[in-house]
Design a protein around this ligand. Structure first.
Ligand code: PLP
Ligand code: COI
Length: 341
């Protein structure tokens, strides 16, 4: 199959509509049959639950072309499960794992020419999303829903590729205790726009959010979990009920222990400890692992020992191993790879 004529290695992280997307509608208490469409716009009621009360959640995952030309996705069953937990919390109908995976297979297969070729560093980003499409005026769940999935070929999430980023501690909170921080609700991202605009205007790529209750523990950024490496080579990653359970982070914990023999600590991480670490990074589907070179708060400027030029050795090795698994160059643990075609 011939790939599209795109300068794959020049792609950033942006929306480039592909040929097909998937849409299923929930009405009268059940899901209708989903189908592929070439229509990239959505027409819904002006009073839709998503437009009035932000009743929406989404997912993000990627498809990869392997050396032999096959196309695969990485742990999509976990994205299906996380969308189910988002749906439960926002009173939306759940999309079963089977329906999610069938929609994914169909959409990626139909857009195979858009999955960047092996070795380009680019990937096909897939965005499944679920929203209240029916009209609702009083605050209540919408009477109708849509589950959709579109794709876009993407390059690195942060400008400059995998050069270390500078981040700042936000004066705003991302997630309230017992709030929605652990689900992928659109509202979590709407409220992060203002803090991230401030960070960008001050020259930072991202915010580091602290826990809202005490403002003493590290939570995550607006779109990725944190990874830290101690001076004696242990991997530390924050554990908190108010951060998004990143599939990348959960995979890296396994890779660190089982592939690289590292000791891993998943635990609350006091901000006061950050200056002690040798390496800092953020991880997520879009970010993969991006190194962090500097963390600034009002009181201090923390220069991470691994510097502003390149990856530290441990996070570099972790990134290489994870991307090796995703690109088919390193054998994956059982069940991690879903071959599409
Ligand atoms: N944290 C937030 C707030 C995110 O939006 C994302 C992206 O999905 C992540 C973490 C990383 O999660 P994952 O590795 O599942 O993409
Ligand atoms: C992802 O990594 O898939 C995300 O959804 C993060 C988003 C902020 C782009």
């Amino acid at each position: 199959m011939e790939k599209k004529n795109i300068k794959w290695d020049e792609l950033g992280f942006g929306y480039m509509p592909t040929d097909y997307r998937y849409c299923a509608e929930w009405k009268d208490g059940k899901w209708g049959e989903g189908k592929l469409t070439t229509e990239a716009t959505v027409t819904i009621s002006e009073c839709a639950g998503v437009l009035q009360y932000s009743q929406t959640g989404f997912e993000g995952l990627k498809a990869y072309t392997w050396k032999d030309g096959s196309i695969v996705t990485f742990r999509p069953d976990l994205n299906a499960q996380r969308l189910q937990s988002t749906a439960r919390r926002l009173l939306m109908p759940e999309v079963s794992t089977q329906m999610f995976l069938e929609a994914l297979d169909e959409t990626v297969k139909a857009n195979a020419a858009w999955v960047p070729p092996y070795g380009t560093g680019a990937t096909l980003y897939i965005r499944p999303f679920l929203f209240g499409s029916g009209p609702i005026l009083g605050v209540a769940p919408a009477p109708e829903y849509q589950f959709r999935l579109f794709c876009s070929p993407v390059g690195p999430y942060f400008k400059g590729g995998i050069k270390p980023i500078r981040i700042c501690v936000s004066d705003f909170d991302r997630a309230a205790p017992h709030g929605t921080g652990d689900i992928k609700a659109g509202l979590n991202y709407a409220m992060s726009l203002h803090p991230s605009d401030i960070a960008h205007k001050n020259g930072y790529s991202e915010n580091m959010f602290l826990d809202a209750a005490t403002r003493t523990y590290v939570e995550e950024t607006g779109g990725a979990n944190f990874l830290f490496v101690t001076k004696d080579g242990r991997l530390v990653t924050p554990k908190s009920p108010t951060i998004l359970p990143s599939i990348t982070r959960r995979s890296l914990v396994y890779v660190a222990e089982k592939y690289l023999g590292l000791t891993v600590e998943e635990r609350p991480v006091p901000f006061a400890e950050v200056k002690e670490f040798a390496e800092v990074g953020v991880c997520g589907t879009a970010a993969v692992i991006s190194p962090v070179g500097e963390i600034d708060s009002h009181d201090e400027k923390i220069m991470v020992p691994s510097g502003l030029e390149s990856f530290g050795p441990v996070l570099g090795k972790l990134r290489e191993t994870l991307t090796g698994i995703q690109n088919g160059d390193i054998e994956a643990p059982e069940g991690w790879i879903r071959k599409i075609c």
